[in-house]
Design a protein around this ligand. Structure first.
Ligand code: ZN
Length: 404
């Protein structure tokens, strides 16, 4: 059973190309809640209807199309991605995952296959970080409290939606047997390694802290080197030690000191205080905690320096279901696809479903030169063909699995 690549690409151009600017240097503008966004999901809905699904649009602009199964009391297998783009975005980010889901439905119809579970193809709205915050459509559907936080409430009127609308789209996560998303990598790991596909193990959590190092400001000319308590020299030492510490943790652990504020910041004064902006990302929260406590120990041992670590934000990681990872890996390997497991450094709708207890799997396809959120975004049709084929086969295999 093979997917039809030509049909998939034609439909991707037709739906995913909506919002394309006339000027060649500009990309596709299909921002959440925009006219072009609604045009795209309405065309997408018509195509799904032609494949035998029943599309409905919920009150925050998500499109949901249901395909009945043999046992309609069973939870649904969800399949899809988001349909909104950033400003001057590309053809593939989000739209590709939606159109691959449509292609899978087209093949099932051609073959006259009815699955045991009902299937729901979903195009989420507002995944890109706009005024409502990223993954708004999926957070609203999964009933996440933060879809109704102060920021969301403030920005709702501009998009013509109300808190009641947000409440109305809530779904019980238990209504989903599983969820599958195909997305472009938006990075260059797969391309560099010459691979066809990435199987996402999870979406990394993010923790940010501010480290404050206090030394003593003094005259840069009259204070001999031996008598200084230079906070910037201490910061430099600490960063080098952190670089060493970071090697203790396996991939995808990363840390970054993205900014230094040096006080008073003058050529004639020894820096008395430095604020360091620290960010850590990993799938394992314990690694991040361990790194923070070891960094605190190293900072406390800096001679003549008082150190403090202040926590700012902490977003938990979302781990994909091991059964889904193994399934995608097996289906891909059997199909002769070269692949690797990898974590995602960017947020996705799949993260929201995984975080709501839905067994979730996600695959990444290579992005040319690692470029995305840009008109030059490109994923080669060979990869798209392999990706869509793996999605179709994984969908059929999932239908025979009882995950709940
Ligand atoms: Zn995306």
């Amino acid at each position: 059973m093979e997917i039809n690549l030509q049909r998939l690409i034609e439909r991707l151009e037709a739906v995913g190309g909506l919002g394309r600017s006339d000027r060649p240097e500009r990309g596709i503008d299909r921002m959440a809640f925009s006219e072009d966004y609604y045009r795209a999901i309405s065309l997408f809905g018509r195509l799904l209807k032609a494949e035998g699904l029943s599309p409905t649009q919920d009150r925050v602009g998500n499109l949901i199309a249901r395909r009945p199964g043999l046992e309609n009391d069973l939870p649904a297998i969800g399949l899809g991605s988001h349909m909104d783009t950033v400003t001057d975005g590309g053809l593939y980010d989000g739209a590709l995952g939606c159109l691959v889901a449509l292609e899978c439905m087209a093949v099932l119809r051609e073959r006259g296959i009815t699955t045991r579970h009902p299937i729901e193809v979903i195009a989420f709205n507002a995944e890109e970080g706009g005024p409502m915050g990223g993954t708004f459509g999926s957070r609203a559907m999964m009933g996440k409290e933060n879809a109704l936080d102060q920021n969301a409430r403030q920005n709702m009127p501009a998009f013509g939606i109300t808190p009641e609308d947000v409440l109305s789209v809530r779904r019980d996560p238990a209504g989903f047997h599983s969820f599958l998303e195909l997305h472009i990598e938006q990075g260059s790991v797969l391309e560099r390694e010459g691979l066809d596909m990435g199987i996402v193990t999870g979406i990394v959590g993010i923790t940010r802290c501010q480290i404050v190092l206090e030394g003593a400001s003094n005259h840069a000319g009259t204070t001999p080197m031996g008598y200084r308590r230079d906070a910037l020299v201490a910061a430099a030492r600490l960063i080098c030690q952190m670089q060493e510490l970071a090697t203790r943790y396996p991939e995808p652990f990363v840390f970054t000191i993205g900014n230094l504020e040096v006080f008073p910041g003058m050529a004639t004064v020894i820096p008395g205080r430095v604020n360091l902006q620290l960010e850590m990302r990993d799938l394992v929260p314990e690694h991040i905690e361990d790194f923070i406590s070891r960094t605190a120990e190293a900072a406390a041992a800096l001679p003549g320096i008082k150190a403090e670590i202040k926590r700012q934000i902490s977003k938990p990681p979302a781990v994909m279901d091991e059964r889904m990872i193994a399934l995608l890996e097996e289906v891909g390997t059997r199909a002769g696809v070269s692949l690797r497991r990898m974590a995602s450094g960017a947020g996705h709708d799949a993260q929201v479903l995984a975080g709501s207890g839905v067994p979730t799997g996600m695959i990444f396809l290579p992005s040319k030169d690692g470029i995305s959120h840009n008109p030059a975004e490109f994923t080669h049709p060979d990869f798209i063909k392999k990706g869509a084929q793996v999605m179709l086969e994984a969908l059929l295999r999932l239908d025979a699995m009882d995950l709940r």
